[in-house]
Design a protein around this ligand. Sequence first.
Ligand SMILES: C[S@@+](CC[C@H](N)C(=O)[O-])C[C@H]1O[C@@H](n2cnc3c(N)ncnc32)[C@H](O)[C@@H]1O
Length: 228
Amino acid sequence: MQHNKLKLSKRLMLIANLVDKNSKIIDVGCDHALLDIYLIKNGIIKKAIASDINVGALNQALKNVKLYNVKDIDLRLSDGLDSLTKDDKVDLITISGLGDKKIIDILENNKSKLKDIKTIIVQSNTSPWKIRLYLSNLGYMIKDEVQVEEKGIIYTIIKFILKEKKYSKKEIFFGPILLKKKDDTFNKNLKNMVDKNNDILKKIPKRMFLKRIKLKLFNIKIKKEMNI
Ligand SMILES: C[S@@+](CC[C@H](N)C(=O)[O-])C[C@H]1O[C@@H](n2cnc3c(N)ncnc32)[C@H](O)[C@@H]1O
């Protein structure tokens, strides 16, 4: 029998740390299914649905499931939450490594199924604030938020639970929990945003003053939140 030790990337490890013990999960866009394999192998959950829209990804997932000798992973070829039924009794969704628009489309396309979902863990590759806005409007509150830098990219991982809570625009944009922590990764992420805006400003002609002012004001707002 093979004994393969599975080591997750820092990003996937942080997602795994946010998964509640014994929850029944669906990992949407599982790709390699390493997250699900890790969760089961480490006794955090007993079963998982690992789904992906791509046959190649699911084949790789199947190889990994065999390699790590894990049972209790239900591999499904599915567009988003299409394959999910009430009988699956899923109470936690993870979606990571996709863009904000795709994530919101996936949730919106099967919005009625979300009423049974207590927890949603999201790592969007773009505009995490759009996910905060979308899910808080659907009645989810932000239970936890973490950021991690991997290969020069800063990822934001957000755990939502089904509970009403109102957020200010500032909290939606920066993240209510990240704002309280204001750690080094948070500051670095904001600095990257300011640098990016400054690069854009260099390319915008002086005559487009309204666009320039908007960007400059945006930078002032970001700098206000940085611990500098
Ligand atoms: C970059 S990978 C992320 C894999 C893994 N979740 C992670 O965070 O490392 C994105 C995966 O999402 C899948 N995907 C894209 N659109 C999807 C959809 N509508 N429904 C299910 N899976 C989708 C892709 O096929 C791909 O395997």
